[in-house]
Structure formats: structure tokens, C-alpha cells
Design a protein around this ligand. Structure first.
Ligand SMILES: Nc1nc2c(ncn2[C@@H]2O[C@H](COP(=O)(O)OP(=O)(O)OP(=O)(O)O)[C@@H](O)[C@H]2O)c(=O)[nH]1
Ligand SMILES: [Mg+2]
Length: 288
């Protein structure tokens, strides 16, 4: 291809790089979903249909982009984690974020009729913003995931109590807000139980813990691997042969993506699933 004198403008594209050898998290968030939820009559504080729809769209993103090792979502947001070892098809933040955002949004709209069969989606259509963040260590990544799950818990406990005070207690929003001002988690649990006989522990796991998506392989015994340490010791370029890398990628692409509502803060979740940090496909579970 001949170089034209205009070609130099390409150089301007390169100021958008993501740090190599890091875990890249792309977090997307629904734009104006407070209004959107009202317009489509989402149940308060949690609408199972809306959350299932988010999960269905996220599952397709993960299925199409096999470099994503884990995803976590709650409310109108989803975080997608690219494994640090993958030779990304793209290391420019703008291209990576726009790919995730457009794929997710396309599937969100595609699946809308499945989860809201009686409600036609009309403009203004739902849209999402996105950002990319680089985390250098496994600890940073785990702390990021923990941060999002703790956030989900705090918001859900607050919202569950807030809407119980309104829907079951007959309070208006101002009164409910005043009742909750300065309360701790224990106080909210107590309000829920003493006033409404609601045991917060019995609320749906999806609402309390959010949703975690990953490839479904056989669990391993904790303590039988060093996935975190191995991931930490990785350097780019990856030591794997190209064919091995391609084989693993094919295996990941074939694996079933599962949606669970588990604790991702404790070690146990990561210890039983070494493939999340190693990016090496595990044993495919027997079909049940
Ligand atoms: N009723 C209901 N609302 C929900 C549900 N999930 C998300 N939302 C709404 O979505 C909002 C998400 O919070 P934000 O992302 O901070 O608010 P936003 O209106 O989307 O604003 P921007 O993201 O800044 O555009 C919540 O505050 C809720 O109002 C749901 O299951 N039910
Ligand atoms: Mg939002």
C-alpha cells in the first residue's frame, strides 16, 4: 500500500493506549435509567425481568468476546474483565469500550421483547456509557470486584428498607429518607424484621449479591493450584506458543457461560475456579 502524505494523521490515533500486562475492566452503566425504569414500570427496588435482561445481554458479550474472563453486574451496570495475558484484539481504550457498549446495547434491545413481552420499546431507546480501567495486580482486580459487590449490598439493603417503609409502611419518600438517615446495616435489618417481618437474609440472592458470569468448568479443590501467583508472575509477551493460545481461545469460545449469584469477595470463589485468573480452560462439566 502506498503511503500518502496524509497518512501521518494515523499517529494521532495512538494516544489512547491501555497499559500492557494489566487486567482491563470495562464498566458500562445505563444512561438515565432512573427515568427509564419509571417509564417502563420497573418494579421497585428490583425488577427481576430488568436484571435478567441485563444478564442475558452480558452473557452474549462474554460469549462473543472470549478474552473476557469474568463479568459482574448489578442494577444498570456491568463490569467486564479482560484477562491480563490475552493478546487483546485491541488495546485502545476507545475501541475496546465502544465494542463492549455497542454489543451490549444491541443485545439489550434484541432481548427486550423476551423479558418485557407486553411492553413495546420506543424512543428514546436505552443506551449505556462505558469506561476502561487498568488494574496491575490480582489484588487490585479482586478489590475492584469486591468494591462493586459491596456497593450492590449497601444499595440493596438501603433500597429494600426504603421501599418497604413506603410500600408496606405507608410512609412518603421524605419520611422514609428521614427514618433511614444515619442508620447502620443492623438498624436496617431490624426495621425490616420488626416492622415488616422481612428477614433480609431471605431476599433473592440476585438482589443481594448481584450477578457473576463466567465460563462453566468443573470446580477444583482449593489449595491445589497457584493461579493467582502464576497470573502475577506473567509478563508480556506471553510465554505460550501461538497454537496453544489459539487452542485455549477456541476452548473458551465453546464453553458455556453461566450466570450465578455468589460471594466473589471471599477467597473460596477464586480458589475453586483457577481458570478465572489463569485463563486456561478447565474441565468441561458433564451435561446434566
Ligand atoms: N425500579 C427499578 N429501578 C432500577 C432497577 N435497576 C436500576 N434502576 C434504576 O437505575 C438507577 C441506576 O443508578 P444510576 O446509574 O446512578 O442512575 P441513572 O439514572 O442511570 O443516571 P446515569 O447513570 O448518571 O445516567 C437506579 O437509581 C434506579 O433508579 C430496578 O430493578 N428497578
Ligand atoms: Mg445509570
Amino acid at each position: 500500500m502506498a503511503n500518502s502524505k496524509f497518512e501521518y494523521v494515523r499517529l494521532f490515533e495512538q494516544q489512547d493506549g491501555l497499559l500492557p500486562n494489566t487486567w482491563i475492566v470495562v464498566r458500562i452503566d445505563g444512561r438515565g435509567f432512573t427515568k427509564f425504569a419509571t417509564r417502563y414500570g420497573f418494579e421497585k427496588p428490583n425488577d427481576k425481568r430488568a436484571l435478567d435482561l441485563m444478564n442475558a445481554a452480558a452473557k452474549m458479550v462474554m460469549t462473543e468476546l472470549s478474552d473476557i474472563t469474568i463479568a459482574y453486574g448489578s442494577s444498570d451496570e456491568f463490569s467486564f474483565v479482560f484477562h491480563k495475558s490475552c493478546i487483546l484484539f485491541e488495546r485502545r481504550a476507545s475501541k475496546l469500550v465502544s465494542t463492549i457498549v455497542s454489543t451490549f446495547t444491541a443485545y439489550y434491545i434484541h432481548y427486550w421483547p423476551t423479558y418485557f413481552p407486553d411492553t413495546l420499546l420506543t424512543p428514546p431507546l436505552p443506551s449505556f456509557d462505558g469506561r476502561a480501567i487498568c488494574y496491575p495486580s490480582v489484588q487490585n482486580l479482586r478489590d475492584y470486584m469486591s468494591w462493586r459487590q459491596v456497593d450492590c449490598h449497601i444499595n440493596n439493603l438501603y433500597n429494600t428498607t426504603f421501599w418497604s417503609l413506603i410500600q408496606l409502611g405507608g410512609l412518603d419518600a421524605k419520611e422514609a429518607e428521614k427514618t433511614l438517615a444515619g442508620t447502620l446495616a443492623a438498624d436496617k435489618n431490624e426495621i425490616l424484621f420488626s416492622r415488616f417481618k422481612i428477614n433480609y437474609n431471605n431476599e433473592p440472592e440476585m438482589f443481594k449479591k448481584g450477578s457473576v458470569l463466567f465460563r462453566d468448568y468443573e470446580l477444583v479443590e482449593p489449595g491445589t493450584h497457584n493461579a493467582a501467583e502464576e497470573a502475577e508472575n506473567l509478563a508480556i509477551p506471553v510465554q505460550q506458543s501461538k497454537t496453544q493460545a489459539e487452542n485455549d481461545k477456541k476452548k473458551r469460545a465453546k464453553a458455556r457461560v453461566t450466570v450465578e449469584h455468589l460471594d466473589i469477595i471471599k477467597d473460596d470463589f477464586w480458589d475453586r475456579r483457577p481458570w478465572l485468573l489463569s485463563n486456561k480452560p478447565g474441565k468441561v462439566p458433564k451435561q446434566t
